[in-house]
Write a protein that binds this ligand. Structure first.
Ligand code: ADP
Length: 574
């Protein structure tokens, strides 16, 4: 079986991080062997449910699913399946209790998870506020932010066994007495660098913003009000900080809990690092993404979605992800127990922007929103039906009978869909990441001998070829410099309308796209709302309120140029 269309870039990523190496760092596993290691390990699980299962055939199916680049599981599955570590999940949430023992247990558990390539989310809301008394020592507590710095330092020290550095999400409820310090804790870009932070917003708070009243700050120990703040002032402070450097983000806690299908197990208080996966304390989740560019088929005039292929892909992917729960070697017994009780999986998409380019539909159009609705609606329904069929064969998730889903058909998985950022797996699949628009259409790459090479988005390049503009070096360089073709008059307007990049799209259109996907997603959607450098605080405020109205579960914004070490600078990539 050949591996289709895998790019040079993808091969580099695979070699660096995914293929097996010996003790001296020599690669000892081919790309084909790597995918076979994963498909064999995940397929073997079928024998646990059916001793007549043809696991060889299932392995072939999973191998083809991945090597056709129709679907990729999250990085830890590709890295660790069939290896000693065997930890396959990207997402974890750990509790942080209000005692030294509990805090440092959590630091230790996070380190174990980071070592295996997973990311961790924490709510620090249970920690008593700074200045509160500590009974056993007669001293005073130093508060959530000071302990976050301990988690941050531990993360820095664990380099994930050569795979990747850890990533964390830190959440504080908006009604925690230390909220002002928390909002400000990443104002300096060099602080707490291994965390994304988000404010846990409540409905009560949003109501107080609307009514312009004060809201109560609650002592986490006693549950009583110990002060109050103006909701509008706190909201403006969050907006101001996000405007400055993109931190903090916000998550709507009551919405996460409205969709908590097992409220008897406690509240959802945090998500994983990139915000797409709300989880209960000690719960983990494995993600996987369908590459939408591979779900299109050619027509006489262009492309269209092939819904039969999409259905087949989703069915195979749900089967794959459910098997991952069994094959997984969990870092802690309690994580194994909690995860197996709900059996959450997170199937999402990548290559959405590229698929729109192939279909010649502008990302910022009504047509794109309607298509998002249709495609994700289809994936969600198909995924749920696949999970229900698995439940008939394998049994429902153990907490099904006490879940909010108990009136409906039995389900194998408490959640089925999540939209991940797909930072690395989209590079392997060679498509745009998650549901994000294309960030820039061309880069200048400096080759070692001092020459420059312009790397252009292949779908745009194909279009330029048909326009006879693909050999125009000055034009290609200009695209690399500007990132966008919006202002290039040699290119026809209707082409410029289709090939929009993240910065050509208004924040409201980013949010509407996020909301369209969120509407059909059990968990949440990873999405950054890009703002131009000149955007005002008022623009950011408006975007937050729109996201709230449109039913998003959270918002992450980024204003161009507002962080020094911006990962991707238009026109300046080495
Ligand atoms: P990938 O493409 O590598 O599978 P994503 O970019 O889709 O990963 O991220 C999915 C989730 O994986 C994140 O929300 C986070 O939980 C986890 N993750 C991503 N990058 C890291 C990292 N460097 N360290 C730890 N966990 C990570």
């Amino acid at each position: 079986m050949a591996i289709s269309d895998i790019s040079e870039n993808a091969l580099k990523v695979l070699e660096k991080r995914y293929q097996g190496k010996d003790e001296d760092g020599n690669v000892v596993e081919s790309v084909e062997q790597m995918f076979r290691r994963v498909s064999d390990t995940i397929a073997r699980v079928d024998a646990n449910f059916d001793n007549t299962a043809d696991t060889g055939k299932v392995s072939d199916e999973f191998f083809e699913l991945m090597t056709s680049l129709r679907f990729m599981p999250n990085s830890p599955t590709l890295m660790n399946a069939g290896r000693t570590l065997g930890q396959l999940s990207a997402c974890f949430v750990l509790p942080v209790g209000d005692s030294m023992e509990e805090i440092f247990d959590s630091v230790k558990n996070a380190a174990l998870i980071h070592k295996s390539g997973g990311g961790t989310g924490f709510s620090f809301s249970r920690l008593r506020q700074s200045g509160a008394s500590v009974k056993s020592t007669g001293g005073v507590a130093s508060g959530p932010v000071s302990f976050m710095k301990v988690f941050n330092a531990a993360t820095e020290a664990v380099k994930q066994g050569g795979t990747r550095r850890g990533a964390n999400m830190g959440i504080l409820r908006v009604d925690h007495p230390d909220i002002l310090e928390f909002i400000d804790c990443k104002a300096n870009n060099s602080d707490i660098t291994n965390f994304n932070i988000s404010i846990g917003i409540t409905e009560k708070f949003m109501q107080a913003v609307e009514e312009q009243t004060d809201y109560d700050l609650i002592d986490p120990k006693s549950g009583t009000a110990v002060g109050h703040l103006s909701a509008v002032k706190v909201f403006e402070l969050i907006v101001d900080h996000a405007w400055k450097n993109g931190e903090p983000g916000i998550i709507f806690l009551d919405r996460l809990n409205r969709d908590n299908v097992v409220p008897s197990q406690g509240e959802i208080e945090s998500t994983n690092p990139c915000g797409e996966q709300p989880l209960l304390p000690y719960e983990s989740c494995n993600l996987g993404s369908v590459n939408l560019t591979k779900m299109l088929r050619r027509t006489l005039t262009g492309y269209e979605f092939d819904f039969r292929l999409l259905e087949q892909t989703v069915n195979e992917a749900v089967h794959f992800l459910d098997n991952v729960i069994e094959a997984n070697n969990y870092p802690l017994d309690i994580i194994a127990e909690t995860t197996r009780a709900t059996r959450k999986i997170g199937l999402g998409v990548m290559g959405w922007a590229d698929a729109l380019l192939m279909l010649e539909i502008p990302y910022n159009s009504e047509e794109a929103i309607r298509l998002a609705d249709k495609v994700m609606g289809f994936i969600n329904n198909t995924g749920h039906a696949a999970s229900a069929r698995l439940a008939e064969k394998r049994g429902s998730f153990p907490l099904f009978s006490v879940s909010t889903l108990r009136e409906g058909p039995a389900m194998r998985n408490a959640t089925v869909t999540t939209i991940a950022p797909t930072g690395t797996i989209s590079m392997i699949a060679g498509c745009s990441s998650g549901v994000e628009p294309v960030f820039a259409y061309a880069f200048v790459r400096n080759i070692m001998d001092g020459t420059e090479m312009v790397e252009v988005n292949p779908i745009l390049m194909h279009k330029l070829e048909t326009l006879g503009l693909d050999k125009d070096r000055a034009l290609l360089k200009r695209i690399a410099r500007e990132g966008t073709i919006a202002h290039i008059e040699e290119i026809p307007q209707e082409v410029r309308d289709v090939f929009v990049c993240a910065h050509d799209i208004r924040p409201v259109d980013h949010i509407r796209m996020q909301a369209a996907f969120q509407n059909h997603t059990d968990n949440a959607v990873s999405k950054t709302v890009n703002f131009p450098k000149e955007a005002t605080r008022g623009d950011v405020r408006e975007a937050y309120l729109l996201a709230y109205e449109e039913g998003c579960k959270g918002v992450t914004i980024y204003r161009d140029g507002s962080r020094e070490e911006q990962v991707l600078n238009i026109g300046e990539v080495n």
